[in-house]
Write a protein of this length. Structure first.
Length: 86
């Protein structure tokens, strides 16, 4: 008596096939685009946003991105403020 293949294996194989087909179609459709293109924020905009940060927002940034990243942000903006004489 031959054993039936596991239904789990059938389903996962079918899902992987569908996923590969969708991936291939998306790749073909969007092959000439840059998906993560972003515009850089100007120094003026960054400095304005930095000046508007409240203490709670600063703590939220520290929790989300870590203290090193926030320290770099503070240092960059403080240096920019000094250069502009603000």
């Amino acid at each position: 008596m031959a054993l039936e293949p596991n239904i789990y294996d059938k389903v996962t194989d079918r899902l992987l096939d569908l996923r590969l087909k969708v991936r291939g179609k998306l790749h073909e459709q969007f092959r000439r685009t840059k998906p993560y293109r972003s515009e850089e924020v100007s120094a003026d905009e960054e400095l304005y946003a930095y000046n508007q940060l409240t203490e709670d927002e600063m703590f939220r940034l520290i929790r989300k991105h870590g203290s090193e990243a926030v320290n770099e942000l503070v240092m960059r903006n403080e240096t920019l403020k000094q250069r502009r004489g603000l």
